[in-house]
Design a protein around this ligand. Sequence first.
Ligand SMILES: [Zn+2]
Ligand SMILES: [Zn+2]
Length: 286
Amino acid sequence: MPTAMNSRILGVLEAQEQRDGGPSTLLEAYRILLNVEAEARNYVAVDRHAISLEAARSCLYRGTPLLAFDDFSFDWGNVQRVFGEVLRLSSSHLSLTAQAAEALHRLSEDVGALRRAARDWYSGESLIPLATAYGVSTHALASVIANTMKPYLTAGAETVAQLVDQESWRRGYCPICGGRADLAFLDKETGARWLLCARCDSQWLFQRLECPYCGNNDQGKLSYLIDDEEKYRLYLCESCKCYLKALDLRHGGEEPLLPLERLLTLDLDRQGRDAGYRPGYFVEEA
Ligand SMILES: [Zn+2]
Ligand SMILES: [Zn+2]
């Protein structure tokens, strides 16, 4: 079953397709991905009772995200199937080369290698050894793994979201999976800044005047660009040369579909890159 959020996103995509007289490649790819996600969510297992409120508090106090890789019980047969779907989609709709797709297909046939790729990616270990062994770029491996793991992480994160005390966290990485943010928003009522995890879609509260990627809070090295309608912002950090896209919800309007906003703001990514900055959530390995 698609989640309520995904159902709304699908509705918006369908309306847009009707207006445009046909699907855009990217939106179509996104729609296929949502369907794959809906299927994968049936196979997620994170035991919500495995973490007590007290254990969660102590974890968060130490700066440790709530879910370690081993807290998920993955059905690896299902992960293999989802990986295959993501691979097909990346080859047909995104820019994955046939050679890379073939290498990644070989990797996924070995459950041990697939598990290791997922674990290393989740824990922030280098993907270079595995990528090299299969003759594929770390970027391609990381992208396909990230899209494959997304539904499991999102569903797992939902089961423990209530355990996060927002006021006491306020770190630059996700309190649930440890991932980085790829989108932010300014709260409608208070203007407080929230970050959205690129990996599991969790939201967490973070300082307005600090870079979540490098911790820089020197106001002389932080800036942002605003669009004409003041709906979007692009935060820029001179210390780490990263950018962060954001929505300003203080000006009203409909409740945004945050996961979809990632795609609707691709022009902001272009602006950030053109100005010499990189997306802070993606660690590019040399
Ligand atoms: Zn996360
Ligand atoms: Zn920074």
